[in-house]
Design a binder for this molecule. Structure first.
Ligand code: SF4
Length: 472
């Protein structure tokens, strides 16, 4: 945990440069046509063409769970935009992603915080790991993925803190985050480049997350960008699924704000971390449900998504990367992932990570076993070119981000414990510090495993220390 003297609360005062930039930003209004709650489907209070989205039997089964321990909407409220509904009409994977199902709460085993994120939260709304800080800036999205592992934030549940107290997660506030960054970086600078208590380097990158920051107005996003830039953050990432839920959000006023930000703060780089799970979220289909060839190469995109992606592509000073979990019934499909990786790269979106699910409460209906997820990704990358296969399969250990680097099909002769083959994990980044990067852990295979603990009795070699039980 990061230990720093508590700071006195002072209201944030923007600089003149910030004020000038913020005064120039226009916030537009959007009509996402969002439907919130199952009740609207049950009582027919949705537009006519949406009325059959849930069958009578589905609504009945969900209603029967209401108020019980298995209440599906208490776990994750139902929310969908018109744009996403139109895509879902012709896509089973998208329906699984966005439609509530009784199976979600059949097995509620799991941990509230398997990655022990709260251990790295020195300030409300901030997770500080190594040189990166993640901030929760908003607690909702335009639509809700049923598999979301931020459901405690979105459904406003209370979580246990490392000090034993229990409270709902709060949102990051500009004044608190700016003060924390300033103080952390001051201490680091005065101590030869490392924090004397935590060993961490300068905080130079912040990921704006939630929820989805793109539900905020341009002015609010701009205020975060400017404040983080003023305090010396070099790269700002913004995690969003809005390109799938409501691509028209990426309109001229938004790109105008980005351009003005770049002119005012050219030293700060923007990295958009987008979230497509399946090509049905951005490709057009014909009446038979097939993707359509684009004359001249590639496949045809949904017009509004294509327009937004093209706008991003014109700005060389920002990057767009896709990352997504591999989820049962949605994208545990090598062919879909192959098409997605190829089309994204062709349109200047880098394939960054695919994630294994977490051993989180209410996630059993969505978890694909770790070794199966590796096989699906590996299979999907057969036939792709080198530049299309940059994505790695990642699983988040509390010690840091870990890659599922390899799973052998054959027994590993001469390796005790490797009779059914082995899994090789590689530590990509430590949560507290960097020196362990590249260290590996070798495990005997367990095809059913969905989390590290399922390998506790199969550790063959643990250079990375993923199974030593020691907290960093
Ligand atoms: S977009 Fe992300 S944060 Fe929002 S519901 Fe989906 S997974 Fe959760």
């Amino acid at each position: 945990m990061n230990i720093q003297t508590p700071l006195k609360k002072v209201a944030y005062v923007p600089s003149d440069r910030e004020k000038t930039f913020l005064d120039s930003v226009e916030s537009a209004k959007y009509d996402r046509q969002i439907i919130t709650g199952l009740q609207k489907f049950a009582t027919g209070k949705v537009p006519e063409d949406m009325q059959g989205f849930y069958s009578a039997q589905e609504l009945q089964a969900l209603d029967a769970l209401k108020g019980t321990d298995q209440d599906v909407e208490a776990r994750m409220p139902v929310k969908i935009t018109r744009h996403y509904f139109d895509l879902a009409k012709n896509s089973k994977p998208i329906q699984v992603l966005v439609k509530a199902s009784p199976s979600e709460t059949f097995d509620m085993d799991g941990s509230a915080d398997p990655g022990k994120q709260m251990d790295y939260s020195p300030v409300e709304g901030l997770i500080h790991k190594y040189e990166l800080g993640l901030i929760y800036v908003v607690g909702t999205c335009s639509a809700h993925c049923r598999f979301c592992y931020r459901e405690e934030l979105i459904a406003r549940k209370e979580v246990e803190r490392p000090d034993g107290t229990v409270a709902a997660k709060g949102m990051a506030q500009i004044a608190d985050i700016v003060d924390y960054v300033k103080e952390h970086n001051r201490i680091v600078a005065e101590n030869g480049g490392r924090h004397p208590q935590t060993g961490r380097e300068r905080l130079r990158e912040i990921l704006m997350s939630g929820g989805d920051p793109m539900v905020l107005a341009n002015k609010n996003i701009a205020a975060w960008f400017a404040a983080l830039s003023e305090v010396g953050i070099e790269s700002i990432r913004l995690g969003t699924k809005e390109l799938a839920f409501y691509p028209d959000r990426f309109d001229a006023t938004f790109f105008d704000m980005l351009d003005k930000f770049h002119v005012t703060y050219p030293q700060t780089k923007l990295r958009f971390m987008v979230h497509f799970n399946h090509p049905d979220e951005f490709l057009r289909k014909d009446e038979a449900g097939r993707f359509m060839d684009e004359p001249g190469g590639g496949l045809q995109w949904v017009e509004s998504t294509k327009r937004a992606i093209a706008q991003f592509g014109q700005r060389q000073w920002l990057t767009v990367d896709n990352q997504a979990p591999i989820i049962k019934g949605i994208n545990n499909d090598p062919d879909a992932l192959r098409i997605m990786q190829r089309e994204l790269k062709r349109n200047k979106v880098e394939n960054h990570y695919f994630f294994c699910g977490r051993d989180i409460i209410g996630h059993k209906a969505f978890n694909v076993p770790i070794e199966e997820a590796w096989r699906i990704l590996n299979e999907s990358q057969k036939g792709l070119s080198g530049v299309e296969t940059h994505a790695r399969l990642s699983i988040t250990h509390y010690k840091g981000k870990t890659e599922v680097a390899a799973v052998s099909n054959e027994p590993a002769p001469g390796i005790p414990g490797g009779e059914n083959g082995v899994v090789v994990l590689k530590l990509l980044r430590g949560a507290a510090d960097a020196p362990d990067r590249g260290k590996i852990t070798i495990l005997g295979r367990n095809p059913e495993a969905i989390w590290f603990s399922d390998y506790n009795d199969r550790v063959i070699y643990d250079e990375a220390g993923l199974f030593d039980g020691v907290k960093p």
